[in-house]
Design a protein around this ligand. Structure first.
Ligand SMILES: *Cc1c(COP(=O)(O)O)cnc(C)c1O
Length: 362
């Protein structure tokens, strides 16, 4: 039997094999219609059913309250760095950002084009090793919203709490940890996520937004960048990314079938614990610098004591069919992304490889 391939890439990331098999099986002929989903009118009855089911399955999975809209957009999480201030300033001048790593920094830099940005807290003085506790945050009363990156994909830092902000809307970039565990959506004003990490293929961006925050974008806002337009037209002001939405819908069904977000959280916790334990138990051969309470369940960066071994590590890993373990170009070292689609057997294979590699090269 062929040895399985495990893809630890940060994004676009691996998808559940069961979903890919289903896509393959119905690629040329969806449900007996004789055509592919890619070739369907987005306004036809079949496609309307596909997108409605995708939305409903997501609502079921995340328990999304009725006063929240679900939008299927394009432009990636990066376009949300602009759409959030454009739409959510609502006449305010100031917007607050918590800086926990590279993605929150990109978000706040983009927001500076539209708003007076207040950096309410930062971990930059602590090598980005933790999420600053809320007791440290400085949030002005006249701010429009507070933005966080719930999981920093590059640094591997994840929030271990949902900030309490009273009436100030909380906005989260959840690109790399959405659907990894249950979350109380009602605590957020807006949640957004690029699809290519934990949802589906690239090209789709998910936005979950509380209705009362919509409809206050400036008059000169480009039509496509106005959440209110997208909400009113069911994400179909123009042609949506039809195939990516269809695949995301299949991922949602797969999540429901495998027990929903509680079951997923239990698997993800076991996966993360196994990997962090193997790093911490390597007597310094491998290191992850993040405060334990803020260690990401999804993205695990680590370095080798001897960086000269990085190349060999990656080569030998690849021979074992353990792919895309190279760290982000800004940080170096390694990074194992272990999203929902990564099975526990994949993490076990990685841990076994790391133990053997350390023995051989110590
Ligand atoms: C990947 C990522 C982004 C960028 O996503 P794009 O869809 O490529 O724009 C932004 N934020 C976080 C947290 C990410 O992981």
């Amino acid at each position: 039997m062929n040895q399985p391939v495990y893809n630890f890439g940060a994004g676009p990331a691996m998808l559940p094999p069961a979903v890919l098999e289903q896509v393959q099986a119905e690629l040329l002929d969806w449900h007996g219609r004789g055509i592919s989903v890619m070739e369907m009118s987005h306004r036809g009855a079949d496609y309307m059913q596909i997108i409605a089911e995708a939305e409903q399955d997501l609502r079921d999975l995340m328990n999304i309250p009725e006063n929240y809209k679900v939008l299927f957009l394009q432009g990636g999480a990066t376009l949300q760095f602009a759409m959030v201030p454009i739409n959510l300033l609502r006449g305010h001048h100031k917007a607050s950002y918590v800086q926990t790593g590279i993605w929150s920094e990109k978000a706040l830099n983009e927001a500076r084009r539209f708003a007076e940005v207040e950096v309410s807290a930062s971990n930059a003085d602590r090598q980005a090793r933790l999420v600053p506790p809320q007791s440290e945050w400085q949030v002005s009363k006249d701010t429009a919203y507070v933005h966080i990156a719930g999981n920093e994909t590059i640094g591997g830092v994840e929030f271990d709490f949902v900030p309490e902000l009273g009436d100030i809307p909380l906005v989260s970039d959840a690109s790399s940890h959405i659907l990894s565990r249950p979350v109380d959506v009602s605590r957020f004003g807006l949640i957004y996520a690029g699809a290519q990490k934990n949802i589906g293929p690239a090209g789709l961006t998910l936005v979950i937004v509380r209705e009362d925050l919509l409809g206050q974008a400036p008059a000169n806002t480009p039509t496509m960048l106005d959440y209110a337009v997208q909400a009113k037209e069911g994400s179909m002001h123009n042609t949506p990314p039809t195939f990516a939405i269809y695949m995301a819908g299949l991922v949602f069904k797969w999540l429901k079938k495998t027990g929903g977000l509680q079951a997923m959280a239990e698997r993800n916790a076991r996966k993360a614990e196994l990997l962090y334990q193997s790093i911490d138990g390597s007597a310094g051969f491998y290191t992850n610098p993040i405060e334990p309470r803020n260690r990401s369940w999804m993205n695990v960066p680590f370095t080798l004591k001897n960086a000269n071994l990085d190349k060999v590590f990656l080569q030998e890993a690849e021979l074992q069919h353990l792919l895309q373990l190279k760290g982000h170009r800004l940080l170096g070292g390694m990074r194992a992304s272990i999203y929902n689609a990564m099975p526990e057997t994949g993490v076990q294979a990685l841990v076994d490889f790391m133990r053997d590699f350390a023995r051989k090269h110590n």
